[in-house]
Every structure is written in structure tokens, then in C-alpha cells.
Design a protein around this ligand. Structure first.
Ligand code: ZN
Length: 127
């Protein structure tokens, strides 16, 4: 019996998932400056391209950065303003750098040719 009978390509997501993704991407880029969206998808601590914004206005992604391990909405939650959050990111970044800028995720591998120093440059941090 052919398990994939009737399925065009089992490796591709179903069309419904693709159109949902298109909707989300369209919403993210529609009318907004692309540069800003791109920068917003980078981890504010280590610069890793998360592929989504750490925060959307007052709503955290609740995701953990696979690189520096900060969890948005948890480790950076207890703050009263953006400036205070920036301080949390700065001290988290300092600790991550002091510990040797290691890739922290065990489940996810770093991108090919991963370079933490050039990654930090993406968020304006020069070492
Ligand atoms: Zn990070």
C-alpha cells in the first residue's frame, strides 16, 4: 500500500499551512520598513536571527533563543520600561560573552559557518 497515495509531495506542508504562513509574512512586512522588521527578528541579546520578533508591542514571543538561551517574556519580563529591558539584555549579553559566546541549544544546531562575533554586529555590538 502506498502511504503517500494522493499526496502530491509528502515533504511539503499542506496548502492550508502555506497560505497561513503567507498571511503571517504578509502581515509582518506589509506597510512597514523592511530593515526594521529584519532587525526586530534578531535576538536583542546575541543577535541571532530568530525568524520572529522577540516582542510584538507588549506581547512576548515566550520563545527561548537557541543561541544565548534568554526566554522572552520570562527572563526579560519583570521590567517597567524599555530602558530597563535593554539593561537586562546588556547584562545577559555580557554574561554570554564572558562564558565564551557558546551556542546553547542542544536540540538545534547553529547555522553553517556560525560566527557569534559577526552575529553581534547585526545588533550593533562590536567586540
Ligand atoms: Zn540570543
Amino acid at each position: 500500500m502506498d502511504l503517500f497515495q494522493g499526496v502530491e509531495n509528502p515533504l511539503l506542508p499542506p496548502e492550508s499551512a502555506v497560505s497561513t504562513m503567507r498571511g503571517i509574512l504578509g502581515e509582518a512586512t506589509g506597510g512597514a520598513c523592511t530593515m526594521r522588521i529584519t532587525a526586530a527578528n534578531h535576538c536583542p541579546v546575541c543577535g541571532y536571527d530568530l525568524g520572529f520578533p522577540a516582542w510584538r508591542a507588549d506581547s512576548a514571543s515566550d520563545e527561548i533563543c537557541p543561541c544565548c538561551r534568554i526566554q522572552f517574556g520570562f527572563d526579560d519580563w519583570d521590567v517597567v520600561n524599555e530602558g530597563e529591558r535593554a539593561q537586562i539584555y546588556a547584562s545577559w549579553r555580557k554574561r554570554w560573552i564572558d562564558q565564551g559566546m557558546k551556542w546553547n541549544s542542544k536540540g538545534r544546531k547553529p547555522p553553517d559557518g556560525w560566527n557569534p562575533v559577526s552575529q553581534l554586529r547585526l545588533i550593533g555590538v562590536q567586540l
